[in-house]
Design a binder for this molecule. Structure first.
Ligand SMILES: NC(=O)N[C@@H](CC(=O)O)C(=O)O
Ligand SMILES: [Zn+2]
Ligand SMILES: [Zn+2]
Length: 438
């Protein structure tokens, strides 16, 4: 087992300390760390870096099986490690769909073999994401993949009876339904947010109410059956209000916002560049302000990437023909630093909560999102918050290039990531992984 002595890191941005990682755990901290380190311990240059618990993504599209031209479990998890993640939840909209124990175990195994991060497969709610028959939720939960998050993401579970059954079912496995809130009839042919920009451009709009009406229905269903609901990629001011109301009422609802909904607005569509085409669509500046406020006050629990890689032929085209989705694993932390830390709305401790502790808790992931104290698993990432550089899609490790931030300067850089005590990233570069068989 490797041994690493991390000198003078800033724990959650606070005071500096030394950490000794050995045998997969944090073996010592403070003045004990250097004393207990053996002569063989590696000593990367870490002085002044911010130490965060390894980031946990509740919403990643890894595209395997089926769309290995866009991403694979290996390439997507390597990109995740480069972004500071030690765990990702792999969405179920693959081909075949992850709606059986067999498929979720396959994805889980591919994650183990790649060894970059812990891969927690998400199970589909309905067979084939068709929204008609409930998938084998119990078998996925008790499989080796131990699925706890179920979602038809990409599609909305719009039948209220199916949604009710799914919510009832997951209670017995301590699971959660993660809903892609999009009323399908209100969004037929939609190309972007419905508002002044869509009117000017003559593009069919996706009104805020198409998201809000589903969230309102679902929090009431969750209350009625007493189950856990998670709202995927919430994007409007009205959605924040509904979740705030539901939490105030004691309903067990959690919500996520993506980095792109914290930073970008529907004005980006004026470029007709399909890299800005995403579901839910980029909204107004008022919505951006509302999701920032909701994240800061705890209404929104989690920042999740919704990393949605697409091959160049699906993005290098006219707006109407472009696929929905953007990559996000390698830029999530810089966007959160810019929009929430540098604006004074959140501390690094808050960042650790929304990008690590809360998603780990919602996904019921043991050993992730833990405080960086002696005895805990050594899942952590070290960030240089003073770095600033333009995003270069050619430098990114995802197999796809559809980042909306190309050429934009963002702050912060992940310098090192440790997964179960082993480095996956050192000095800003990925480290070759041995196959994990344990
Ligand atoms: N976000 C997107 O625009 N696309 C996602 C699906 C989804 O998250 O709804 C995809 O799988 O490409
Ligand atoms: Zn979605
Ligand atoms: Zn998604």
């Amino acid at each position: 087992m490797s041994e690493h002595l991390l000198r003078e890191v800033r724990l959650l941005g606070e005071g500096t300390t030394d950490l000794l990682l050995r045998d997969g755990v944090i073996a010592a901290a403070g003045t004990d760390a250097a004393r207990e380190a053996s002569a063989a311990a590696q000593r990367p240059d870490t002085a002044g870096l911010v130490a965060l618990p390894g980031l946990v993504d509740l919403h990643t599209h890894l595209r395997e099986p089926g769309r290995e031209d866009a991403e694979t479990v290996a390439t997507g998890t390597r990109a995740a490690a480069a972004g500071g993640f030690t765990c990702v939840h792999a969405m179920a909209n693959t081909a075949p769909v992850a709606d059986t124990a067999g498929v979720v175990e396959q994805v889980w195994r591919l994650g183990r073999q790649a060894g970059w991060v812990e891969v927690r497969p998400v199970g589909a709610v309905s067979v084939g994401l068709a929204g008609v028959h409930l998938a084998e939720l119990g078998a996925m939960a008790t499989s080796a993949a131990r699925v706890r998050v179920f979602s038809d993401d990409g599609k909305c579970v719009h039948d209220p009876v199916l949604m009710r059954r799914a919510l009832e079912y997951v209670r017995s496995v301590d699971g959660v339904i993660a809903q892609h809130a999009q009323e399908p009839r209100l969004t037929e042919g939609a190309q972007m947010h419905e508002g002044v920009v869509s009117a000017e451009l003559g593009l069919t709009g996706w009104p805020a109410v198409a998201e809000e009406s589903i969230i309102a229905r679902d929090v009431l269903l969750a209350e009625h059956v007493g189950s856990r609901l998670h709202v995927c990629h919430l994007s409007t001011a009205g959605s924040v209000d509904i979740v705030r109301w539901a939490k105030g009422r004691g309903i067990e609802v959690t919500a996520e916002v993506t980095p792109h909904h914290l930073l970008l607005t529907h004005e980006a569509a004026r470029s007709y560049d399909p890299r800005y085409k995403v579901n839910p669509p980029l909204r107004t500046a008022e919505d951006v302000e509302a999701v920032r406020a909701g994240l800061a006050d705890g209404t929104i629990d989690v920042v999740a990437t919704d990393h949605a890689p697409h091959p160049v032929e699906d993005k290098d085209c006219e707006w109407d023909a472009g696929a929905f989705g953007m990559t996000g694993l390698e830029t999530a932390l810089p966007v959160v630093q810019q929009t929430m830390v540098e604006t004074g709305r959140m501390t690094w401790a808050d960042v650790a909560r929304v990008l690590s502790a809360a998603p780990a808790r919602i996904g019921r992931v043991a050993g992730q999102g833990r405080p960086l104290v002696v005895g805990e698993p050594a899942n952590l990432t070290l960030v240089d918050p003073a770095a600033r550089r333009p995003v270069d899609p050619g430098e990114q490790l995802s197999r796809s290039r559809n980042t909306p931030y190309a050429g934009r300067e963002l702050p912060g850089r992940v310098m090192s990531t440790f997964h179960r005590g082993g480095p996956t990233v050192l000095d800003g570069a990925p480290v070759a992984r041995e196959e994990v068989t344990a």
